[in-house]
Ligand binder design. Structure first.
Ligand SMILES: Nc1nc2c(ncn2[C@@H]2O[C@H](COP(=O)(O)OP(=O)(O)OP(=O)(O)O)[C@@H](O)[C@H]2O)c(=O)[nH]1
Ligand SMILES: [Mg+2]
Length: 188
């Protein structure tokens, strides 16, 4: 049985806690506190340490789902959880003040996870704000991480099927990365 540790990162209100709740087969662990920054995200609570959930895929792979806080003042948790993860689901809410800048900032912070396994970008809340379109995200990814395979999806974090599609795409990438690394080791 293979085990994967997947990180959910992205700006405040992107839907990290919601996505883990949608996907998890177990009752999730949450660390929510009162949200004092309603200007950035108009919701009652915000994550202050982590979210945790689990899902089994293809009957044998257990996937541990960790969410980090979106607020930078809690970024000590980013460092701790980044170490453990082999893949990243980067959620960006399309109604953020500048979602492409958010994409950029989070790729800079978490981009190394591409080399460890893979990254998938999910653009959420595009029903609330239809633009920017996905091509703007793809363009920025090509600029800041040229030559890397980083899929971009539109996804509603509340929708388990959509989040599962993104997760399965990430796991396929992680397994491909592991296979290539294995082949290189055998050839060395
Ligand atoms: N309309 C709409 N709402 C969405 C969508 N995706 C997520 N949401 C909502 O957006 C909010 C996201 O909140 P959280 O899941 O707490 O966001 P988070 O990324 O964990 O935020 P922090 O922990 O504060 O960094 C929730 O109210 C979700 O129900 C979407 O695609 N459309
Ligand atoms: Mg959260």
């Amino acid at each position: 049985m293979a085990e994967h540790v997947i990180l959910f990162a992205g700006p405040m209100g992107a839907g990290k806690t919601t996505a883990i709740e949608s996907l998890s087969e177990i009752e999730t662990i949450r660390t929510e506190a009162t949200n004092t920054d309603r200007e950035t995200a108009d919701k009652d609570t915000t994550t202050v340490a982590l979210d945790y959930g689990e899902i089994t895929v293809s009957d044998e792979d257990k996937v541990r789902l960790y969410g980090v806080p979106g607020q930078r003042r809690f970024n000590f948790m980013w460092t701790i959880l980044k170490e453990r993860a082999v893949g990243l689901i980067l959620l960006v809410n399309n109604d953020a003040a500048d979602p492409i800048e958010e994409l950029d900032a989070f790729l800079e912070e978490f981009g190394e996870l591409h080399e460890k396994g893979g990254i998938v970008v999910c653009v959420t809340r595009s029903d609330v704000a239809p633009t920017p379109y996905l091509d703007k995200y793809a363009e920025r990814i090509r600029e800041v991480m040229p030559g890397r395979m980083i899929p971009v999806f539109t996804a509603d974090a509340r929708n388990a099927d959509q989040m599962r599609t993104a997760l399965m795409s990430l796991i396929a990438n992680i397994e491909m990365t592991a296979m290539i690394a294995g082949n290189q080791e055998r050839a060395a």
